[in-house]
Write a protein that binds this ligand. Structure first.
Ligand SMILES: [Zn+2]
Length: 348
């Protein structure tokens, strides 16, 4: 009397089929169960010796086993074929004759390049680089720089104030620096002369954005302090800088001007390097380009940083990085620097 444990046979067959790692192994299981001399055929064959009571049970079990094995093999076959196709496609995708994907190499932004070029010239002249914070105290940004308490630049319309903790004590208010000059104050508060620093960085003013204004722009500030510094040193230094930056053939002129933190003060023009001073659209037909402000450090500034009275003299200068870049490269709209238009940025 043959008895078959169909439950066990179905479980084993399912496990075997699931474990088949390729189509050949799967085919061997198909033959084992469904082949002419396979298990299902053997079970049907045993029916002739089965009792009338057993026959329907064995018949049903054999049918179940056959259909479940058939189904499992079909689905496993599809899975293995899909895997094989993917593998083949994957291998074919590596076509060594296809040109590589070109990764474009970026470069520093035109303003970073300009800042770097300007600072590099002063570094060669012995200046150190100092970058102050963008959040400053009202004292460093205005008071220490001899800017009177009622000066219009201190107005909230001209400066971004951050906190008004104590409206009565203006000097303790925090603001986004409106110029890089407070970096000079920080240097002098922490170092004794002789000192020579240039300080590049972002500054902020609540200006409406147009072709020549931005609420954020960049400045570079310079300061040199020692015991015997003359206006001639300032002229010599800035002449050396302008000739190295704009070219040996440019002419320079110093025009008297007013800044609260320097006395005397001057604005510096260079002869237009495009038209050579004849007049063109870049220089507005004047032949001259205004490029920076400068002067001898005001005694009140030394007083604010507690330097001994009358002991030191200093020279200071400041320039706008956007303005210099615009003049040097013939750019007519400041907004182009900040719009991240790659077609513009790629040109420099
Ligand atoms: Zn010109």
């Amino acid at each position: 009397m043959t008895s078959w444990n169909f439950e066990q046979l179905i479980t084993t067959s399912q496990q075997e089929i699931a474990s088949a790692e390729n189509l050949q192994v799967l085919e061997s299981f198909r033959i084992k169960y469904l082949g002419k001399k396979g298990l299902v055929a053997e079970i049907y064959g045993s029916l002739t010796q089965a009792s009338p009571q057993e026959k329907p049970l064995i018949g049903k079990g054999a049918n179940d086993l056959r259909s479940q094995v058939t189904e499992a093999i079909a689905s496993k076959k599809q899975e293995l074929q899909t895997m094989q196709t993917k593998k083949k496609a994957g291998l074919d995708a590596v076509d060594v004759t296809i040109p590589g994907v070109f990764q474009e190499l970026g470069h520093a932004h035109i303003l970073s390049q300009t800042t770097r070029d300007i600072c590099a010239i002063f570094e060669k002249l012995g200046f150190a680089i100092f970058e102050g914070p963008e959040i400053e105290t009202e004292f460093n940004n205005f008071t220490a720089l001899n800017i009177p308490i009622d000066h219009p630049s201190r107005d909230a319309f001209d400066t971004f104030y951050l906190e008004q903790k104590d409206p009565g004590a203006k000097d303790r208010n925090l603001l986004l620096r409106s110029q890089t000059s407070p970096a000079q104050i920080r240097v002098m508060q922490n170092h004794k002369p002789p000192l020579a620093v240039v300080s590049p960085g972002k500054v902020y003013r609540p200006d409406a954005v147009d072709a020549s204004h931005s609420f954020m722009f960049h400045q570079i500030e310079g300061l040199l302090v020692d015991e015997d510094i003359k206006f001639a040193d300032l002229k010599g230094l800035l002449t050396a800088f302008c000739k190295r930056f704009f070219g040996e053939n440019i002419k320079m002129r110093f025009r008297p001007h007013f800044f609260p933190f320097t006395e005397p003060s001057a604005e510096v023009d260079i002869s237009c390097y495009i038209c050579g001073g004849k007049g063109c659209s870049t220089c507005g037909r004047k032949g001259w380009l205004e490029i920076l402000g400068c002067g001898m450090v005001h005694p009140k500034v030394f007083e604010a940083v507690k330097y001994p009275k009358g002991k030191y003299e200093g020279l200071a200068f400041g320039m706008g990085v956007e303005r210099i870049a615009m003049l040097k490269h013939g750019i007519h709209d400041i907004r182009l620097f900040f719009e991240n238009d790659i077609r513009f940025l790629k040109q420099f």
